[in-house]
Structure formats: C-alpha cells, structure tokens
Design a protein around this ligand. Structure first.
Ligand code: GLC
Length: 405
C-alpha cells in the first residue's frame, strides 16, 4: 500500500486545502448566515451543490461540525418548496461572462434555477446523521419527484447537460448537438430554457431535448436509499442497462440518432450497493479493467480512451473550458472504487488508491488530471479532490456505499 509518510502528507494537504477554501459570513441582502467550502477560491467562489456534498464527506475526516454546517448552508439556500439550485451566490451575483452562461433568471437571483445531481441526502447520511429526520431534505426529495420524474417511474430527468455536473461530457453530444455545454449554441439553449422557467415538462413539450442521465440517477438513488425510500436500482437497471454492451446508457427525448459516446458515467452504477452482482462484475471486467478504455495510468478517464470523442484538450477559447471529455476526476475514481471494494477486487482497489494518491501527492489538489501522465489540470486548490482520503483512509462501511443495515 502507501507508505505512512505518504498518507500523512496527503492528510495534511487535504486538511490545509479544506481550511483554505472555507468561507463563512452572512448574505448582505437578508442577513442569512452561510458557511461552505469554495470549490476553488479563485475560480469557483460560490457554493456549488454537489461540490458541497463531496466537501462535507471529506470534512468528516477532520471536523464533523464543518460537514454539518456545509450541508445546512445548502438547506438554508433552499426554497420553501424544496428546490435547491446548482450554484448559490452567497457573496453576490456573477458579474463576468458567467452572467450569460449560468442559469439565472435575473441579475439579483440568489441561486441558479437549474439543479445538480441530488447527492445531499447521501452526503448527510455519510457525514452527519439520518437525513429522514430533516424535513427540509424530505421536502427537497418531494420537489425532485414532483418536478423531475418525467415518466412516473422514479427516475429523474435533466434539462441541460450541466445539471448532471458533467458539463461538456461527450455523452451529451448526440443528445444536445450544437447546444452542448461550452459551444456557442449553449447560450441559445440556456435562453430558451430560461423562458420556459427551467420547467422539465414545458421543455419536454417544447421539443426538448431532455435527458435521464445515469450518474445523476445513481446519486439520486443513493440519496433515496439514505432516506429509507425504496431502491431505484431495479428501475435504473431496467431502463438504462443494455445487456448487449454490458453498460448503462442515458435516455433522451427526442431519442438521439446515434449511440452516445462512452464515458465513465456508464460505469457509475458500480457505486450502488444493491447493483446485481453479475452486472457489476461485467462492468469491472469487461470495461473498467479491460484494455485501454478506462484503466489508464491514472484511472478512470472521464471518457473511454478509445471513444472517438475522447480528448485531453480542455480549453477551446481563453477562459472557456470544456470539461469531462477525457481527464480524470477524483470523485469518479472514488465512486468506481466503491464498486471494486464491494465486489472484492481488492488488489485493483488498492492499485487505484495508490495511483490516485500518488498523482495527488505529485501534482497537488487539482480539478482534474491528465490520465496518462498525472499532470494537474484545471483549477487549483480544488476541494472535492480531497475525496482521495476516502480511498486512503477507508471507512469500513465503504463496501456498502456507507449505507449500513
Ligand atoms: C465544473 C464542473 C462541475 C462543478 C463545478 C464547480 O463546472 O463540471 O461539476 O460542480 O465546476 O466545481
């Protein structure tokens, strides 16, 4: 495994970074208090929904009170009907180009009107306690079920690629075409969706596209299990698993003309503790570990390395990045690692831990990494990369995705 000195150095780097990124205060407009971890102080100063969930999970290794404050701040941002936005502007609204690319209904809006993968109840379960005892979390799930379950089968749908957290992932190219994230057409899509109030049903009725994305539903499923609700896993399998390829694929309306690009999201059901074992083994043996698709020197790349869309060029124009098209992110490594641990791939889980830990030690806590060389890419001092500690200081409950009993 890792040398003790490596574990100690990692721990101290993570602790320093979480402290450095922490911000607390009160919102000028209404004196509501906030306390959260900025994803990266220079590049991402506000509170991002799923970043906060990941940060809260990492904080529990140092200070559980911070985990609680982080998630309570997300709840404090929520509307009375249970909606919580993708980004919350505690310190004031965006002023630069982001005014146009972020999903905000007006200049003074306190948060976006779009969502991010609902990982809050799962993060609460891992780092704080029982989410079912928190009426606001229960309400948040009621909002999701009432507003984002298009087909009435429990799965939730997104109206823009960035709602998945996987912004420019090539899995969306076949679905949104010229309107994908990071392309000029995205501005038109955001404008149209703003006009339709980011309402899934209105957007669907207007011709879409709308998408039922795999990772979004995996995290939602973990949150539902955390709340003690019936498992979504059988529905995820029934609707998104394709036995011919042994992979999970997004659904979309209108249905795309071609099969979406293969990305790590196709493997993300590995994080579900009740995924049928045979499906999990097939994901691991035929895809995660097989050939040159995902098991690169720093695994897993965000897209399969043999997919034509795979790319390590992350910047299109100065200041404009296209994310999730090839480089490796630590949250993905962690979620797939959960499956390796559960299914008993001990050696490979340890190998993944070693490679990710040594990459972070060599390149620092960056937003994402070059999957062949480990070079750090994107923002620096990136909070959720501290999830590396979930691998290096493994919780005995990891094999159950932290959902005991
Ligand atoms: C990028 C990522 C998104 C993340 C945000 C803040 O947009 O694609 O997932 O939430 O940065 O870190």
């Amino acid at each position: 495994m890792l040398e003790d000195a490596e574990t100690v150095a990692l721990r101290s780097l993570c602790e320093r970074t979480l402290h450095h990124n922490w911000l607390d205060g009160t919102r000028a407009a209404d004196r509501v208090s906030f306390a959260y971890t900025r994803p990266s102080p220079r590049h991402y100063p506000w509170q991002w929904y799923w970043d906060s969930c990941f940060a809260a999970i990492a904080w529990r290794h140092f200070d559980r009170e911070r985990s609680r404050s982080e998630l309570q701040t997300l709840l404090a941002a929520g509307r009375p009907d249970g909606f919580i936005g993708h980004t919350i502007f505690w310190t004031g609204p965006p002023r630069d180009l982001r005014r146009f690319t972020y999903n905000i209904p007006s200049r003074s809006a306190p948060m976006t009107v779009s969502i991010q993968p609902p990982a809050l109840a799962w993060a609460w379960r891992i780092a704080v306690g029982d989410p079912a005892r928190e009426p606001q979390i229960v309400r948040h799930h009621q909002w999701l079920a009432a507003n984002r379950d298009l087909a009435g089968d429990g799965l939730i749908w997104i109206v823009q690629p960035d709602e998945s957290g996987l912004d420019a992932s090539p899995q969306f190219d076949a679905i949104w075409g010229r309107h994908v994230h990071g392309r000029p057409g995205f501005l038109r899509l955001a404008r149209r969706n703003r006009r339709l109030g980011y309402d899934l049903r209105r957007i669907h009725a207007a011709g879409g596209p709308v998408c039922c994305e795999v990772l979004t539903n995996v995290l939602y499923g973990l949150s539902r299990l955390s709340l003690g609700e019936p498992s979504l896993t059988p529905t995820i399998v029934e609707r998104m698993y394709d036995s011919a390829t042994g992979l999970f694929w997004p659904l979309a309306r209108p249905q795309p003309q071609r099969r979406p690009a293969l990305t790590w999201a196709a493997l993300s059901p590995l994080a579900l503790p009740d995924l049928p074992e045979a499906i999990g083994r097939q994901l691991v043996e035929e895809h995660l570990l097989a050939g040159e698709q995902f098991w690169l020197p720093v695994p897993p790349p965000s897209a399969s390395a043999i997919d034509p869309a795979f790319s390590l060029r992350d910047s299109v124009l100065p200041g404009l990045r296209r994310y999730w098209r090839g480089p490796t992110w630590i949250n993905s490594a962690w979620l797939l690692w959960l499956g390796l641990v559960r299914l008993g791939y001990r050696e490979q889980a340890e190998e993944l831990t070693r490679r990710i830990a040594r990459t972070v030690l060599a390149s620092g806590l960056r937003e994402y990494y070059h999957p062949y060389t480990g070079r750090g890419m994107g923002a620096s001092s990136f909070a959720w990369s501290t999830l590396v500690m979930e691998l290096t200081e493994a919780d005995p409950l990891a094999a159950l995705s932290y959902l005991a009993g």
